[in-house]
Design a protein around this ligand. Structure first.
Ligand code: NAD
Ligand code: ZN
Length: 379
């Protein structure tokens, strides 16, 4: 089959690789209809991680079940399904509580769960390919209505819609709250959209990429350009208060400052300043234990200069970690089916798999029209 293969920093190629096979009776093989490129793939693409050349990326996958293992009882051949990005068992203590990002059966490195096509998250190949092996398929496949309707909306159930929603849960967003989201990438936009779904009164989104701030405006949220001055002050001025109720980090450790330099803790510290005392912080931007390409010795070891004193003084709470996409995927799917959520507005391109090298380059450069790309094998 054809698959997107990582060749080295800033290079992927579409190549012929071996077809996936049923390895355990609880597996299925899915024929991919849509698979998205994610900002998380860029950590590997840009060479910030230990990802080895030769791996296939792709943790945002949906398609049609092609082959079913003997131990699969719910999912059937021909079903249309989307796979939350976490590979999880469904029966361990953490999965039973909905914490599928921390599955104890898959258990990578003693604490983290698995994911498709991601360095350090287990041996699972990614779905930027014609076919994907899905372990523990009765749990990991979320069933969808048959046909081709809502493809763009449903594809986002694999990661960024539930991840954005998860950030609002971590931050504790409630109806009427004021919310600030740092990062207008696809994840930040889905966080802002989820806050709107929950009835937030005002939603600010901070970035400095003009075409992304335009999307923020179009969705009825309030864009804040950090090149125009300190975003903390801009938001305080806008709310005429001691800050917003809730804040979300959808940037992560590759944050840049207004001078263009990488400053890995800048958003964490700005969030503490942006959110009022006793408010909630949801951190879904990625922070990793070590970062080979980090600008200084401390951030290379994953030790960031987070000013904990101010955070303590303000009595804030903070939630972090990989999102348990499965926990929200069913409910968010039902909102899409009912016409109450249309997250697909963020998808700007649906391209054949062969276009992956060009699409990666343009998404990485945050080019206009590449806010979120779906690769569609066979298109
Ligand atoms: P992205 O790279 O497309 O978007 C990041 C955005 O942050 C960019 O638009 C960039 O201009 C902006 N930015 C950079 N520095 C900033 C600053 N100082 N202030 C405000 N904005 C700034 O990535 P994405 O796909 O939107 O993902 C965002 C983050 O979420 C990544 O770190 C990704 O790995 C992470 N992620 C986490 C989970 C999870 O489960 N926790 C899931 C998916 C993605
Ligand atoms: Zn993703």
């Amino acid at each position: 089959m054809k698959a997107v293969v990582y060749k080295g920093p800033f290079e992927v190629a579409v190549e012929e690789v071996e077809d996936p096979k049923i390895q355990d009776p609880t597996d299925v093989i899915v024929r991919i209809t849509s698979t998205a490129i994610c900002g998380s793939d860029l950590h590997m693409y840009e060479g910030r991680t230990d990802a080895e050349p030769g791996i296939t990326f792709g943790h945002e996958n949906m398609g049609i079940v092609e082959e079913v293992g003997d131990g699969v009882h719910v999912v059937k051949k021909g079903d249309r399904v989307v796979m939350p990005f976490n590979v999880a068992c469904g029966f361990c203590d953490n999965c039973r509580k909905g914490k599928s990002a921390f599955c104890l059966t898959v258990n990578v490195d003693g604490f983290a769960g698995g994911a498709y096509g991601y360095v350090g998250m287990g041996p699972y190949a990614g779905g930027q390919a014609e076919y994907l092996r899905v372990p523990f398929a009765d749990y990991n496949c979320v069933p969808l209505p048959e046909g081709t309707e809502h493809e763009k909306d449903f594809a986002l159930l694999a990661d960024i819609f539930p991840t954005g929603y998860h950030s609002t849960e971590l931050a504790g967003v409630r109806p009427g709250d004021t919310v600030a989201v740092y990062g207008a990438g696809p994840v930040g936009i889905m966080a802002a959209y989820s806050a709107q779904l929950k009835g937030a009164s005002r939603v600010f989104v901070v970035d400095n990429v003009a075409n992304r701030l335009d999307i923020v405006k179009d969705m009825g949220a309030e864009p804040i350009n950090f090149d125009d001055g300190d975003p903390v002050e801009q938001i305080h001025d806008a709310v005429q208060d001691y800050g917003v109720d809730r804040g979300i980090d959808a940037v992560g450790y590759q944050a840049t400052a207004a001078d263009g330099e990488e400053q890995p803790a800048v958003v964490l510290n700005q969030l503490v300043g942006t959110v009022k005392a006793t408010g909630g912080l949801g951190i879904i931007g990625l922070y990793v234990p070590s970062d080979p390409g980090a600008p200084d010795e401390h951030s290379a070891k994953g030790e960031l200069l987070f000013k904990v004193g101010k955070f303590f003084e303000k009595g804030q709470t903070m939630g972090t970690g990989q999102a348990d996409a499965k926990q929200y995927a069913h409910t968010l799917r039902d909102l899409i089916i009912a016409g109450r959520a249309k997250p697909g507005f963020i998808v700007s391109k649906e391209l054949p798999l062969e276009d992956a090298p060009d699409a990666y380059e343009r998404f990485d450069k945050r080019e206009e029209g590449y806010s979120k790309v779906l690769l569609q094998p066979g298109r």
